[in-house]
Design a protein around this ligand. Sequence first.
Ligand SMILES: Nc1ncnc2c1ncn2[C@@H]1O[C@H](COP(=O)(O)OP(=O)(O)OP(=O)(O)O)[C@@H](O)[C@H]1O
Ligand SMILES: Cc1cn([C@H]2C[C@H](O)[C@@H](COP(=O)(O)O)O2)c(=O)[nH]c1=O
Length: 223
Amino acid sequence: MGKLIVIEGTDSSGKQTQTEILYEKLKSQGIKVKKISFPNYDSPASAPVKMYLAGEFGKKANEVNPYPVSTMYAVDRYASFKKDWEDFYLEAGVVITDRYTTSNMVHQASKFTDPHEKVKYLDWLEDLEYDKMEIPKPDLVFFLNMPVDVAQKLMSDRKNKITGDDAKDIHEKDVEYLKMSHQNACDIAKTYKWKEIMCVEKGRLKKIDEISEEIFEAVKEIL
Ligand SMILES: Nc1ncnc2c1ncn2[C@@H]1O[C@H](COP(=O)(O)OP(=O)(O)OP(=O)(O)O)[C@@H](O)[C@H]1O
Ligand SMILES: Cc1cn([C@H]2C[C@H](O)[C@@H](COP(=O)(O)O)O2)c(=O)[nH]c1=O
């Protein structure tokens, strides 16, 4: 059995950037490592997710039922596991992933205002993905805590990952939603004991290399 390391955070918090750096660092040390990301836009299994993000089930993310949406993301993950990395992981490979089940916990759970309903959803989600679908549980989850206003600035310079143009998806263009998911992520990270990385300290956005060093130090402890 290998290790599964998750780089999590709200939209435009630097997950892809940090996943790539960590991957290169581990590879250069001769570690058997693979990087993946979710949604897996190259897979046909992500088709319903693309429909959701394009607003085909509802223009406001908050108004779309989180249970079916979470299932869509989970199926995409299941397909990726079975086709792309199950063998590698079972043969002691280290898998680094940009988003995972933890993104459902951050984004879809943020739609619940009633705390009891949120806990019920989170228990259902873990059962669905880890127990019923039998995809692996992470060994280490990083939460890149990037304040929403800073993330929005970073986002404005970046292209849509599905279409390649400037259009934002239903999460990205909804500031209220971004704030709710960020607050939810801060709470969830504590509850689930994720390793929180403060991307802004005393009002200063940390350099990409500073953040990657913090991540690397923590990764060394589990490898
Ligand atoms: N610490 C940082 N300082 C300055 N720019 C950064 C920092 N971290 C990331 N960026 C830039 O911010 C943008 C978003 O980063 P990235 O694509 O890695 O975020 P992401 O979390 O993967 O985004 P998404 O949520 O859309 O998948 C990129 O242009 C990246 O170069
Ligand atoms: C994997 C996954 C993602 N989400 C959400 C998070 C983002 O708002 C979008 C994906 O956008 P990206 O910029 O292309 O990363 O989907 C989610 O709610 N649940 C998930 O499992």
